[in-house]
Design a protein around this ligand. Structure first.
Ligand SMILES: C[S@@+](CC[C@H](N)C(=O)[O-])C[C@H]1O[C@@H](n2cnc3c(N)ncnc32)[C@H](O)[C@@H]1O
Length: 263
C-alpha cells in the first residue's frame, strides 16, 4: 500500500512539478541552482571514476553481515547481504550523485557531513569536487563501513573522515568538536523523529550559506511530516522539493519560499 501511494505521489510530482531546466523561475538564486546543478551539463572526470567503482560493486559476489540501525530495506530483508545488492538498493543514484557533486563544486562548502555512508558512493560525490574540503561520514554497520573505506582507498581519496557507530551517539560527539557545518547530507535512519532530531542538532552549526540535503522526503507519512516541519522552521528560507530528495537553504537574502522542481 505504501509503495502504491509512493508511485501515485511520484506521478503527481512529475505531472505538476514546474521549472524544468529553470524555465519560469523568478528567483535568480533558484534559477542558477537549477541551471547549474540540476540541468547543467558540466562534466567531471570523477564521474567516470565513481561510475567504474559502482559497476565493480554491482558485479561483486561478496557477502557481508549487515547491522541495520535505520528503517531497514524493503528489498533486502536478510542480514547477510550481497555487496552488489547494497550497491543497487542503498547507494545514491548516478543522477542524484552527480547533482550532489555539482552542488558541492558550485557552492564550495568546506565542512561537509553525511549521515549514512553505506558503501561510500555518496561520500565520494561529496569528497571529489574539492580535496581541501573535509567530509565527515557516519555509518553504523562496521562491515559496510569497512567496504566504504576500501572504496575510498581505491580512488585514493584522503579528505574523508569516517565515524563508525550509531548516528544518535556519533553526531553529538562530532558536533561538539566542530565550529560549523557548510553542507549536510541526511541519508541515514529515514524516520520522522530521527530526521528531526538530526536536523535540530545540525541546525546549531548552520550559518547563512549552509545547505542541508535530505534524502527520501516522501518515503513515508512520517518523512512527509518531518519535511513539512523542516520547511516551516523560521531559520529555513528557500526549499527545493525534487521528490526523491529535498534541499534546504538558510540565506537571509532569499525570501521564504518552497519550490517543487521537476528533475
Ligand atoms: C541509504 S544508505 C546511505 C547511502 C549513501 N549515503 C549514499 O549516498 O550512497 C543508509 C545507511 O545509513 C546507515 N544507518 C541507518 N541508520 C543509522 C544509524 N542510526 N546510525 C548509523 N548508521 C545508520 C545504514 O546502515 C545504511 O548504510
Amino acid at each position: 500500500m505504501q509503495k502504491i501511494k509512493k508511485i501515485f505521489k511520484y506521478f503527481k510530482y512529475k505531472i505538476f512539478a514546474k521549472y524544468r531546466k529553470g524555465y519560469g523561475v523568478h528567483s535568480p538564486f533558484l534559477y542558477h541552482f537549477v541551471r547549474e546543478n540540476l540541468y547543467g551539463n558540466r562534466y567531471f572526470y570523477a564521474f567516470d571514476d565513481i561510475a567504474e567503482l559502482r559497476y565493480d560493486l554491482l558485479c561483486s559476489d561478496e557477502k557481508i553481515s549487515v547491522t541495520d540501525f535505520g528503517v531497514g530495506s524493503e528489498k533486502m530483508k536478510d542480514n547477510i547481504r550481497k555487496v552488489r545488492d547494497i550497491a543497487k538498493y542503498s547507494a545514491v543514484s548516478e543522477k542524484f550523485g552527480e547533482m550532489l557533486f555539482k552542488t558541492v563544486e558550485y557552492y564550495k562548502p568546506k565542512t561537509i557531513l553525511e549521515l549514512g555512508t553505506s558503501l561510500g558512493i555518496g561520500t565520494l560525490y561529496l569528497a571529489l569536487p574539492d580535496s581541501k574540503a573535509t567530509i565527515y561520514t557516519i555509518e553504523g554497520c562496521p562491515e559496510t563501513a569497512k567496504k566504504a573505506s576500501d572504496n575510498f582507498k581505491e580512488l585514493n581519496v584522503k579528505n574523508i573522515k569516517q565515524l563508525i557507530g550509531n548516528i544518535n551517539d556519533k553526531l553529538p560527539e562530532l558536533l561538539n568538536g566542530i565550529d560549523k557545518l557548510d553542507f549536510v547530507y541526511f541519508d541515514g535512519n529515514h524516520r520522522k523523529d530521527a530526521t528531526l532530531n538530526y536536523f535540530y542538532q545540525c541546525l546549531t552549526k548552520a550559518h547563512n550559506d549552509t545547505i542541508f540535503y535530505f534524502d527520501d522526503i516522501h518515503l513515508s507519512e512520517g518523512m512527509e511530516e518531518a519535511w513539512k516541519e523542516i520547511k516551516k522552521n523560521e531559520k529555513v528560507t528557500l526549499t527545493v522539493d525534487l521528490f526523491f530528495s529535498g534541499i534546504v537553504f538558510f540565506r537571509k537574502e532569499l525570501s521564504k519560499e518552497d519550490f517543487t522542481v521537476n528533475f
